[in-house]
Design a binder for this molecule. Structure first.
Ligand code: AMP
Length: 318
């Protein structure tokens, strides 16, 4: 399959790369990192990246303008996106050939080629590995993007998905010229409003005796802090910093009235609960949608029930 991916990249003159909505550093790092690699190794090709630009990640990468007619003869590659509805820019199916490259559970195996490796920490790790197996030259710019993607999805090499291969790949990327300390600093710092939101989350967190916790962030609360849904990415891991918290949900009210549910867990697998509520994602980091306060409570009870069952699926930390 790896060989076929290379053949397709070599065969097409125009390549358009997509990733998921509400991008995180791995979505952008894998998308734009791959674009930079192709540009670097095949300078004659036209490579474009598309999706909505997000202000809080403008330091990492910017999107291109892509016209509808660009798709007519294009190879389209989608990185880091498990299911079709989450692909940013729904023209992804307008090209001649479609490739999916991802590390999430393969719930929606779309694409003419569907390359999914759930053992990879991040889509950026997969892209780097592909580049190495293609014998491509890496550039400083590509290395910076891919390294940032790996740092983002592993929580700076903290989460269980970090393997020895992840570290080897990251070490290789670090041999290129970019300011890795600035990236770590950037990803470890937040604005004063985010600091205040974090303090609100710690203050308002509801928790049971097993360490199952939740907090609700209403539109009113977000507005009071001058923040939006996108900013909640900065605090989604915060409850887990409390030693007794095991599993948690953050219910973020949307302007339309429903709730985006951000689910995280240290060991108990939670993505089956996300799937019951219009969502999905990784075993220990998933997202869902809830359409009422009552559904929020149901989700919380389902998380609590994980600790009552005798045998529930866990992922070991090592
Ligand atoms: P988030 O809380 O948005 O950072 O999401 C955590 C993980 O769950 C990410 O890997 C997402 O791809 C996945 N995810 C979030 N929301 C959804 C959804 N509605 N459907 C499927 N997967 C999702």
């Amino acid at each position: 399959m790896i060989k076929q991916i290379l053949e397709k990249i070599e065969a097409y003159h125009i390549i358009i790369i997509h990733r998921h909505q509400r991008p995180d550093p791995d979505a952008l790092g894998s998308q734009v990192g791959l674009a930079e690699l192709i540009r670097h190794n095949y300078p004659e090709k036209i490579v474009k990246v598309t999706g909505t630009d997000v202000p809080n990640l403008s330091w990492l990468a910017q999107m291109d303008q892509v016209a509808d007619q660009d798709y007519e003869a294009a190879l389209v590659i989608v990185t880091d996106t498990a299911n079709r509805p989450r692909i940013d820019d729904d023209r992804y199916d307008q090209g001649q050939y479609l490739i999916k490259i991802d590390h999430h559970p393969n719930e929606d195996p779309y694409g003419d080629i569907c390359y999914v490796d759930t053992t990879a920490s991040s889509a950026s790790e997969i892209i780097t590995q592909l580049a190495l197996s293609f014998d491509w030259q890496l550039s400083d710019t590509a290395a910076r993007l891919l390294y940032t993607g790996i740092v983002g999805d592993t929580g700076r090499f903290l989460y269980p998905a970090t393997t020895s291969r992840t570290l080897e790949i990251a070490a290789h990327l670090r041999t290129y010229e970019f300011d890795f300390a600035a990236i770590s600093r950037q990803m470890d710092s937040f604005s004063l409003p985010i600091a205040k939101l974090q303090s609100y989350v710690f203050d308002q967190l509801q928790m049971d005796a097993n360490g199952v916790a939740y907090v609700t962030l209403t539109q009113e609360t977000l507005k009071a802090f001058g923040l939006t849904d996108a900013d909640t990415a900065a605090i989604v891991g915060s409850p887990g910093k409390i030693d007794c918290v095991q599993t948690w949900a953050i219910f973020v009210e949307q302007p339309e009235g429903h709730y985006r549910v951000r689910l995280r867990s240290k060991e108990k697998v939670i993505n089956q609960i996300a799937k019951l509520h219009d969502g999905g994602g990784h075993p220990l980091a998933s997202g869902a949608n809830s359409y009422s306060l009552a559904e929020n409570q149901t989700i919380y009870q389902e998380l609590q029930a994980l600790f009552q069952e005798k045998e529930t699926k866990t992922l070991s930390k090592d």
